[in-house]
Design a protein. Structure first.
Length: 347
């Protein structure tokens, strides 16, 4: 499958410059000159983080507990808040089935205060994010080993990233979307099942820009959660099998520079998110906590939700100051939430 026209408009600010029509340097120059009003790397989707706002401590206390809203799900992942509809979406993955042992997945919807229903059956999804225009759900979809987009209005599915140089991905896991429509995603092999390995044993991070899939890094062991700083200049990736969080410098054209260590040890880093002050929230399967770090990597505190299996986080609610957490043991995974002092990303 190829890039669909609907995906070319992933963001209200999406650029039409493609690496296939201009050399890399010319593409970057065209990007900057045509969109100088962005004044640097585009980051959070429009309206998420107010310009020029100042913030204090993000946590009401150094140690918090997030109450459970509802449990009884199989395995929740990838929460994302849809502001226009006032609801949260999340993937609920079941056990592997069929000859290739692939995990089916359903996208559940939570409408506060207490309504849960099925939004997309057979979604094949794990991590979720929104297009910057808020009209599409960008999903890491392991069922087809690609990255997909679902139209929120009618759930129509299209393809964002079909493969890399003709080779199937392992099992895309999590996604982050910049305000100009550039998509970053991780590709561990957790949901590959018994399907053939076409990545030669590598687990990687990729970027999609202008319909082109580019490799960011193929040296990480099981990259998992992925998030962008509010100004779009830093990309964070949790390496699950290394117990580290890495960060990368991001250029205005979306290309990624040098990698460095952001957090040297976190047990089994899963999904993460960022608030509007640039503080980083990362879930840890090893201790079932959400660890909160300043932009410099200093730990500010922790949030507990349940007793096992914390998987992912997203800000939501009318003011985006509610942190939603997916957590819990297999077969009794639940949704938790806690109020914080700083608004943040919807995924």
């Amino acid at each position: 499958m190829t890039w669909r026209p609907t995906i070319a408009a992933l963001a209200g600010l999406c650029l039409a410059v493609s690496a296939t029509t201009l050399p890399a340097g010319a593409a970057a120059a065209e990007h900057v000159s045509a969109h100088a009003a962005l004044a640097g790397p585009p980051g959070a989707p429009p309206g998420v983080c107010p310009t020029g706002a100042s913030y204090g401590s993000p946590l009401p206390a150094g140690t918090l507990t997030a109450p459970r809203i509802q449990g009884g799900f199989t395995f929740l992942e990838g929460p994302v808040w849809v502001a226009d509809g006032g609801y949260l979406l999340m993937s609920d993955m079941a056990g592997g089935t069929g000859p290739y042992n692939v995990q089916p997945s359903t996208i559940r919807r939570f409408t506060p205060p207490a309504t849960f229903d099925t939004f997309i059956a057979n979604s094949g999804s794990n991590g979720l994010a929104l297009s910057a225009d808020g009209q599409q759900l960008v999903a890491a979809t392991h069922d087809q080993r690609n990255v997909s987009a679902y139209q929120l209005s009618d759930q129509a599915r299209s393809t964002v990233a079909p493969n890399y140089q003709g080779r199937a991905f392992n099992s895309p896991n999590d996604v982050a979307v910049r305000s100009d429509g550039v998509v970053y995603f991780t590709d561990p092999n957790f949901q590959r099942g018994n399907r053939p390995d076409q990545m030669s044993g590598r687990t990687s991070v990729f970027r999609v820009s202008g319909g082109q899939v580019s490799l960011v890094d193929d040296r990480l062991r099981q990259p998992n959660g992925i998030s962008l700083s509010p100004d779009g200049s830093t990309l964070y990736v949790g390496a699950y099998s290394e117990n580290k969080i890495y960060k990368y410098a991001v250029q205005p054209d979306g290309s990624v520079g040098a990698r460095s260590v952001f957090v040297n040890y976190i047990g089994g880093p899963d999904g993460g998110t960022i608030d509007c002050a640039g503080n980083v929230y990362w879930t840890s399967g090893g201790d079932s906590l959400v660890h909160v770090y300043s932009p410099t990597g200093t730990q500010l505190g922790t949030i507990r939700s349940g007793s096992s299996g914390t998987t992912n986080v997203a800000f939501g609610g009318p003011d985006r100051q509610t942190l939603f957490v997916t957590s819990g043991r297999w077969g009794d995974s639940g949704l938790y939430s806690v109020r914080l002092n700083v608004p943040g990303y919807p995924y």
